[in-house]
Design a protein around this ligand. Structure first.
Ligand code: CP
Ligand code: NVA
Length: 317
């Protein structure tokens, strides 16, 4: 039977099987080729899409907007100061109203519970555009970029260095466990991922039988040895700005600089970053501008993967 994601939410990648993730990546590649060929087919024709943003965004907002318009849909941006949500009205009421008007809802904000409640009460597909805990649409773009460069996901040695307990580290770990990758986090022990999630991911890896491994070390150079991919993210995520000083005090050894790239001992290693990047901290300008960097292909792939997420759940396929 073919994969069918009609009506499905995307709240974390935990609830998607490896086949479903593979399907989304194949659909993304297909939609990317179609866009490059100038072939747009109105796959979201007649669909109204709400875009709720409590936190700022460049890529996610633009990707949802352009993806919807490319396929004939109507995106409506709802900034946190534009609507009553979180001030006068609770999430259950806002969800029930939006669900009667829109075909799908994207939410970016702080609380994972919030996006889960939107899904629970709205009656339409809800897509997580980043919360404090997870950023699943980013992982799809990251994995499409890895596949474009390395031809596969299974068996890829994927190393994340920096804040190992943020939304990106957690979401990448889930994705890697699902797709059979060798995932290593290089971080100070106090920034290791949530041990409960690590257990869950180890269990997912075992159940999927694709050979995924998950490791953690506080030795950045040991972490990146033989890496195919070196990934980093900001040292203080949105909402955690007050922690920047304490993060800086412990994260310098995890900066992605040329020494760390060379420590991979792989001249074909690629560098990824979800962006925005704070150059001079988690990554040097030299690495960012080097031949290793794929971060702008990755940013473009947000568009194609987010389009696939919307088309697969509410599109006229
Ligand atoms: N990577 C990412 O989510 O970027 P924005 O914060 O610009 O949406
Ligand atoms: N961890 C970052 C990701 C930004 C796309 C943040 O939450 O700010």
């Amino acid at each position: 039977m073919g994969t069918n994601l009609r009506g499905r939410h995307l709240l974390t990648l935990k609830h998607h099987t490896s086949q479903e993730i593979e399907y989304l990546l194949n659909l993304s590649a297909d939609l990317k080729n179609k866009k490059l060929a100038g072939d747009k087919r109105g796959l979201l024709e007649g669909k109204n899409i709400a875009l709720i943003f409590e936190k700022p965004s460049t890529r996610t907002r633009c990707a949802f907007t352009v993806a919807a318009i490319d396929e004939g849909g109507h995106p409506e941006f709802l900034g946190i100061n534009d609507i009553h949500l979180g001030h006068k009205e609770d999430v259950a009421d806002t969800a029930r109203v939006l669900g009667r008007m829109f075909d799908g809802i994207e939410f970016r904000g702080f609380s994972q519970k919030f996006v889960e409640d939107l899904a629970k009460y709205s009656g339409v597909p809800v897509w997580n555009g980043l919360t404090d805990e997870y950023h699943p649409t980013q992982v799809l773009a990251d994995f499409l970029t890895v596949r474009e460069n390395l031809g596969k996901l299974r068996g890829v040695r994927f190393v994340y260095v920096g804040d190992g307990r943020n939304n990106m580290a957690h979401s990448l770990m889930i994705g890697a466990a699902k797709m059979g990758m060798h995932f290593t986090i290089g971080a100070p022990e106090e920034l290791f991922p949530d041990p409960i999630l690590v257990e869950e991911c180890l269990k997912m890896a075992e159940e999927n039988k694709l050979g995924a491994t998950i490791k953690m070390t506080d030795d950045a150079k040991a972490a990146v040895k033989n890496a195919d991919v070196i990934y980093t993210d900001v040292w203080a995520s949105m909402g955690e700005e007050a922690k920047l000083a304490e993060r800086k005090a412990i994260l310098w050894p995890y900066q992605v600089n040329m020494d760390l790239i060379n420590a991979s001992e792989n001249d074909n290693v690629i560098f990824l970053h979800c962006l925005p990047a704070v150059k001079g901290y988690e990554v040097t300008e030299e690495v960012f501008e080097s031949r290793y960097g794929r971060q702008f292909d990755q940013a473009e792939n947000r568009l194609h993967t987010i389009k696939a997420v919307m088309v697969s759940s509410i599109g006229n396929l």
